[in-house]
Design a protein around this ligand. Structure first.
Ligand code: NCD
Length: 307
């Protein structure tokens, strides 16, 4: 099998069948881990993690996932402490790590397109753990898995993506993945400055696209409302960030105005767009997403390692 087909760079590269198989595999891993503390699919394999941007959930859940399937993890450590801070290029860094012989590499960088660049110079399969504002495919996989678990299907659903859609990589990857399913409507909900990038909607072939300035006008139509934070680190002008801060917000009292409310999702971390008073409501699914992330990544690692 050519190595490129084992890389996980974009959700555009995968079919509906792939996602469905991945979710079945995830269910098997969930059941397996209930019985055994550690599984064996990863035995003798090493995951190298290179995170050149802050991360809590993604990095940790990759580490747990590999450990739970019996593999080992070698983490690159902080970018500031490595030669990258001395001006070493990403390609050189990845070549060097690859030379030590990892079985798979998970990489996060602030530069759009760099996961593909890394994959091109790396003999081991590369998993994109977020490349700037471009994509975050494993987040989309756990988002889809959560939607499937909560509603039992993905076809026919109406999903609102709200927040900083201009700079968010989770919503682009999720859009491409949803495009593989039937009769899905995506509502892009954001003030005009933060609306979805045209390159994303232009590449969607099946999803019905709607746009709204705020959730109030469409919330009654939604099965899920997926909120994202303002991506502060991607604003070149800090005053623009300050101006848009607080321009969208979910809390218990505003949600209580509606008879029927959608399930609420969020990739986390949240800042002030999602109040913690929503956490106890049964519609809050974001901690479930985070938990599912470990199982979905374990299933994905198993698959990538099997070649
Ligand atoms: C997201 C990311 O890194 O893009 N976080 C995550 O992986 N769960 C979302 C974000 O940072 O806002």
């Amino acid at each position: 099998m050519p190595k490129t087909s084992r890389d996980v760079i974009s959700t555009k590269d995968f079919s509906r069948e792939f996602y469905e198989n991945l979710f079945q595999e995830t269910d098997r891993i969930v059941r397996g881990l209930k019985k055994n503390r550690i599984l064996r699919y990863g035995k003798g394999s090493i995951l190298a993690t290179i995170f050149l941007e802050p991360s809590t959930r993604t990095r940790l859940s990759f580490h747990y996932a590999m450990t739970k399937i019996g593999g080992e993890v070698v983490d690159f450590g902080l970018a500031e402490a490595a030669s990258i801070a001395k001006g070493e290029t990403l390609e050189d860094t990845v070549r060097m790590v690859d030379g030590y012989g990892p079985s798979v590499v998970a990489i996060r960088t602030p530069v759009p397109g760099s996961a593909k660049v890394a994959a091109d110079v790396c003999a081991a399969p590369v998993i994109n753990a977020g490349d700037g504002q471009n994509e975050h495919p494993t987040q989309a996989m756990l988002d889809l898995y959560t939607i499937q678990k909560v509603r039992g299907r993905i076809d026919g659903l109406r999903i609102g993506l709200m927040g900083d859609l201009a700079h968010s990589r989770t919503t682009s990857s999720l859009s491409y993945a949803l495009d593989r399913f039937d009769d899905v409507t995506v509502f892009y909900i954001a003030p005009s400055e933060l609306q979805v990038r045209p390159e994303i909607t232009q590449s969607l072939k099946h999803v019905r696209v709607e746009r709204a300035e705020s959730y109030e006008t469409v919330i009654r139509d939604l099965d899920f409302l997926y909120a994202t934070r303002l991506q502060k680190e991607r604003f070149s002008d800090p005053s623009e960030y300050d101006r848009l801060k607080g321009s969208y917000k979910l809390d218990r009292s505003s949600l209580s105005k509606y008879e029927k409310v959608p399930y609420i999702m969020h990739p986390l971390p949240r800042v002030d767009e999602l109040n913690k008073d929503v956490d106890d409501l049964p519609i809050a699914k974001y901690f479930e997403q985070a938990k599912n992330g470990m199982y979905v990544r374990a299933a994905l690692l198993k698959r990538v390692l099997a070649g």
